[in-house]
Design a protein around this ligand. Structure first.
Ligand code: AHR
Length: 317
């Protein structure tokens, strides 16, 4: 993985073989700054971007930010220095992008946000944003819970594993879920902490939750990986995931879907990582100077245990 990262970083830091900046082969040069490799979702997203760029015949400059905003800012500045044709990136966190986005705009390099949003007040700093509706994913998770516990008198004690602090999916999923469960005071979030979207941190934080609270009814994890880590902690504590504790996660990657089909997770709201083909289409259009919609929302669904069993054999990721 380290070797792969070095290759990616070298590419981002200055590949003299770039066809960008009018060097002339006719290939579109796309600089892409990825968040990192924190989850199964991210791995599937990277594959989708890399394969789609190759299929489209683009020269892809790929940089892995290892979950650090400063690395993404550096990568974007390198892309500007290389005079790539288009920059796309998935922002680690929502805030703090205006300066570097202004630099790209001044250099007349169009920027596409993919997967995650920025909270910039100036939406002329990017051409378009393609990705999921994270608030909706949180709401769908909350609605399933409300329905599932409709006959329970309560209290229903919930622990929440949040994604990366300050990231759009963590902020929005928390908001959507919170809005729905707020309608009934029997639902109570008794603990909420970041598990950084990783399996290891999800396990560690769930261990702490279990030690601090003997009476957890529900786990809401902002992604499958943290939920899967938490399942290990729940089993190690002698409890049965999916029975003693109801588990809701987001993503629907293969491992999550398997746990859902096996009865260890109870419900998953899908977040599709397969953004590559639509992204390349937008890159082509933006490069050609065509008008594109400011927001492109991806199509998604939800899965119960029965639906996961049906979907698993043909699941792409
Ligand atoms: O931005 C999308 C989120 O990032 C996914 O839900 C999570 O798994 C990933 O790390």
């Amino acid at each position: 993985m380290f070797a792969a990262m070095m290759v990616a970083t070298t590419a981002a830091c200055g590949d003299s073989g770039s066809d960008g900046g009018g060097s002339g082969s006719g290939k579109i040069v796309l600089g892409f700054s990825q968040v990192g490799a924190e989850s199964g979702w991210r791995t599937a997203n990277t594959k989708s971007v890399q394969e789609s760029a190759a299929e489209a015949g683009f020269d892809l400059k790929f940089a892995d930010a290892q979950q650090k905003q400063e690395n993404q800012i550096k990568a974007i500045r390198n892309f500007i220095a290389q005079r790539v044709d288009v920059i796309a990136f998935s922002p680690v966190v929502e805030s703090g992008w205006d300066t570097v986005l202004k630099e790209a705009k001044d250099a007349e390099i169009p920027v596409i946000l993919t997967d995650r949003a920025v909270d910039s007040a100036d939406d002329t700093l990017y051409e378009t944003f393609i990705g999921s509706d994270f608030v909706l994913e949180g709401k769908l998770s909350g609605e399933w819970l409300v329905e599932e516990f409709a006959d329970e008198p309560g209290p229903v004690r919930i622990v929440e594993l949040q994604g990366t602090t300050g990231s759009a999916p963590a902020n929005d999923r928390k908001q959507g879920f919170g809005e729905v469960i707020a309608a009934d005071p029997k639902f109570e979030i008794i603990a909420s902490q970041t598990g950084e979207f990783t399996r290891a941190k999800g396990k560690e934080v769930m261990e702490a939750f279990l030690q601090a609270h003997q009476d957890i009814d529900v786990l809401f994890a902002h992604n499958d990986d943290m939920g899967l880590g938490a399942i290990e902690a729940i089993e190690a504590a002698g409890l049965v995931p999916g029975e003693d504790i109801t588990i809701i996660t987001i993503d629907a990657v293969r491992d999550g879907m398997q746990a859902l089909a096996d009865g260890k997770i109870n419900f998953i709201a899908e977040c599709s990582p397969l953004l590559g083909p639509q992204l390349m289409d937008l890159v082509e259009k933006v490069h050609a100077g065509e008008t594109v919609p400011k927001r492109v929302v991806t199509d998604e669904t939800t899965f119960t245990q029965e639906q996961a069993q049906e979907a698993l054999p043909t699941r792409e990721y």
